[in-house]
Design a protein around this ligand. Sequence first.
Ligand SMILES: [Zn+2]
Length: 241
Amino acid sequence: MKATPEDQNLLIELQLIDSQITQAQVKLAGLPEIEQIAAIHTRLENTAVELTVVETELADVAIELRRSEMDVEQVDDRMKKDEGRLNSGTGTPKDLEQLQHELVTLAKRKSDLEDSELEILMKHDGVKARVDELLNDQVGLKKLELELNIRFENAKAEIDMNLAQLSASRAALAPRIDSALVTLYDKVRNSAFGVGAALLIGNKCDGCHLSINAIEIERIKGLEADEVIRCEECRRILVRI
Ligand SMILES: [Zn+2]
């Protein structure tokens, strides 16, 4: 294939733009915020799952606590009634003695129930503290998520702007180059990690950085300037300086 040295030089310019486009795309895909936001999402999901469990537990313990309070109230009411009867002095001495016995039993029962109530109350406070902690975590994580989203959007906007400029430069430059040369370049680029054209610097290909043997260098030197040459190692288009 033949192409003017000017076209070949423009091809190197096109390669520079394409390499910058690739770099910008890699930078965009690798923005640290992407991974950080994903990690926050995972933590938010885990928090939501635990919160559902703990909130259900809290509702259950609240019912348990209310029941326990009612049990104490019931015994308390009964004791008040018995005390009333005892204080009124009505009834046979045997009745009164029975009442006194019952009051002792009730006092013991009330004390047991209060112990149990205290235990449930402590359990309730523990679960409630965990709910509050999770709600607090949720607020913190959402705030962090918001900050990261803003940082990501800003970084993305900057890269997108750069990409738009590069695309415009490419669109302006490509039509100035011989179309057959651009077609070959695109084909090579697709199979050579985004680099389709490289400079021949001394006896080295700037694409694969390998030295070209002396015989091939001699052959290249004998070729016309408009002859399109390819690296024997990487097959990229080699542009002589
Ligand atoms: Zn090469």
